[in-house]
Design a protein around this ligand. Structure first.
Ligand SMILES: Cc1ncc(C[n+]2csc(CCOP(=O)(O)OP(=O)(O)O)c2C)c(N)n1
Ligand SMILES: [Mg+2]
Length: 556
């Protein structure tokens, strides 16, 4: 053990550095000054300023999602943490390993109830894996090491530390220790694998739901081999966390929707559901129909123990790394299938190729006749984006009614090349794109954001401009909360839309972007859409395209 005389603020930053943190996203106030004083002496950590705390956390979330690395952010005491709660809720569902800190007054001073004071731990606690207020400078190494370990133990997720000024200012002889990582992606015992394989090979009609963990663990190859071997159609889990499965694979059929009835119809055609690294089945609006048919046997493999058997009886629930488990299962399934079963699987695959994602995309493109519509048809915007996005680009999406159109044409084949809304709470996309750009230098970022969604975190544009990041913001501008209107019609049977339009006055995204230093252009003519997208993406600089699309509401 070697100790060294060091103050709390310097020790805190050294500990973060040693845990692999390269960026602190932050918004400072008086209670963060101790940290801000020490930041210039930690040159290997970049401080990224966000102009509101929800943007700060969404930037950190984007960075963590795109890099898979430990990330840090620092918020301004009670009101700052309050601003960030929606974004923290997102980070929890995206499983982002973030050490969220907020500055706190000197220990004991809270008793006098100064401005901005409130105990912070109870506020953060419901949304994080661990929350703690550091009481003594000598605890700092243990607390930061534990925070990093907890955030990075599968399933990853945010943790919260309240950083009191007095702790950061104290000086002590400290041993900073070293980091611990929990290796949790092992495989189950042989006899468990044999049971699962026996169940899988008995299936006459298996179906696979592909989830976020496949991308997080780089398990696309294994998942494709598994689907081919079984002749099983593959659907994306209904939440667009990330790239869940390569859309171009011949067994890929598309996203499961969040419509319980439709999901039940699809799953009802099968005898075994194999859920790979996904939730089962996280939906949105209430329905009397349960999406899970009663007869369906379920095999679920996930690192998230809580998800296993959470909502549905599960024949085999395997906690483990989906990549490692698939690698262990594949040769066993291969050995267990009869010649007849292999031929059936091949036949199923051939039939699938006529109605898989690729076939439906080709059909949609050939039958599309909307290219001259004014205002621009949403499906034409989706096509234009799909055709303009370069192969190495990363797409961030938060555009509720454009999303299904986009996912039916957008080529998403690489892990960590797509990030959508994890929790349903709007406000991730604008800042998330900034974090993604910082995590993946060299990749163009295309952030497709609804006009309503953009306004939850518009300040992110300033950070994008400040750091000159290669982000093209495409605002799908229908001057409304279209999805809320459609739900009002579908669920309440009325089209008296109140509080769902922003036409008086209209939102001027070009001025807002320019006002924050981002080049921007309004696109209302379909004939210039491709050109505008290509130019913006190729510029390698922050740009915003305000694309005026049809605001019509689907009444079916
Ligand atoms: C933080 C938060 N506030 C409100 C909502 C409710 N909400 C869900 S979708 C939506 C409308 C989004 O509008 P826009 O981005 O313009 O997409 P559009 O529906 O027009 O495609 C709203 C307000 C939410 N999900 N999260
Ligand atoms: Mg809208």
């Amino acid at each position: 053990m070697s100790t060294k005389l060091i103050n709390g603020r310097t020790a805190f930053l050294k500990l973060l550095e040693d845990e692999g943190v390269t960026h602190i996203f932050g918004n400072p106030g008086t209670t963060e000054l101790a940290l801000m004083e020490a930041m210039p002496d930690a040159p290997s950590i970049e401080y990224v300023l966000g102009l509101q705390e929800s943007v700060v956390v969404s930037m950190a979330d984007g960075f963590a999602r795109a890099s898979g690395k430990l990330t840090a952010c620092n918020l301004h005491c009670t009101p700052g943490l309050g601003h960030a709660m929606g974004a923290l809720y997102n980070a929890r569902f995206s499983g982002s390993p973030i050490i969220v800190t907020a500055g706190q007054y000197e220990l004991g001073y809270g008793l006098l109830e100064p401005m901005l004071y409130e105990p912070l731990v109870p506020i953060a606690q419901p949304l994080v894996k661990w929350a703690y207020e550091i009481q003594r400078v000598e605890d700092l190494p243990r607390v930061v090491r534990r925070a990093a370990k907890v955030a990075l133990t599968p399933p990853f997720g945010p943790v919260f530390l309240s950083l009191s000024g007095s702790v950061l200012d104290e000086e002590r002889d400290l041993d900073l220790g070293h980091s611990t990582r929990v290796r949790a992606h092992g495989t189950p015992a042989d006899h468990d694998l044999d049971d699962v394989v026996r169940s899988i090979v008995q299936s006459r009609s298996p179906v696979i739901i592909a989830g976020r963990e496949l991308a997080e663990q780089d398990a696309f190859e294994e998942a494709q081999a598994f689907a081919e071997m079984l002749g099983a159609p593959v659907y994306h889990e209904p939440i667009p966390y990330n790239t869940r499965y390569p859309v171009r694979h011949r067994a890929f059929m598309g996203d499961l929707t969040r419509n319980q009835k439709k999901v039940r119809e699809i799953l009802g055609q099968h005898d075994v559901l194999i859920a790979l690294g996904c939730d089962l089945l996280r939906m949105s609006a209430y329905s009397e129909t349960d999406p899970m048919p009663e007869h369906l046997r379920v095999v679920h493999i996930s690192e998230r123990e809580w998800e296993l058997g959470k909502n549905y009886s599960t024949e085999f629930a395997i906690r483990g790394g989906v990549k490692a488990v698939l690698n262990a299962i594949l040769p066993r399934v291969d050995a267990g299938l009869t010649i007849e079963q292999r031929a059936d699987a091949q036949q199923r695959l051939e039939l699938m190729s006529k109605r898989n994602w690729s076939a439906r995309k080709a059909q949609a493109l050939s039958s599309s006749s909307l290219s001259t519509n004014v205002p621009i048809a949403p499906s034409f915007l989706a096509q234009a984006i799909a055709e303009s996005v370069p192969k190495h680009a990363i797409v961030v999406e938060e555009a509720p009614t454009l999303a299904p159109l986009l996912s039916s044409v957008l080529e998403v084949n690489e892990p960590r090349s797509f990030f959508g809304l994890a929790s349903g709470g709007l406000g991730f996309g604008m800042g998330g794109a900034v974090g993604v750009a910082l995590a993946r230098p060299g990749s163009p970022i295309v952030a497709v954001i609804g006009d309503g969604s953009a306004m939850y975190a518009i300040q992110a544009l300033w950070t994008a401009a400040h750091l000159d990041l290669p982000i093209t913001y495409v605002i799908a501008n229908n001057r409304s909360y279209r999805i809320i209107k459609e739900r009002l019609v579908a669920m309440r049977g009325t089209d008296r839309f109140l509080g769902m339009d922003f036409t008086k006055p209209p939102l001027d995204f070009v001025s807002m972007a320019n006002g924050m230093g981002v080049t921007a252009r309004k696109v209302d003519d379909p004939s210039i859409l491709f050109e505008a997208l290509k130019q913006a993406i190729a510029s390698g600089r922050p740009c915003l395209l305000d694309v005026v699309i049809d605001s019509g509401v689907q009444k079916a």
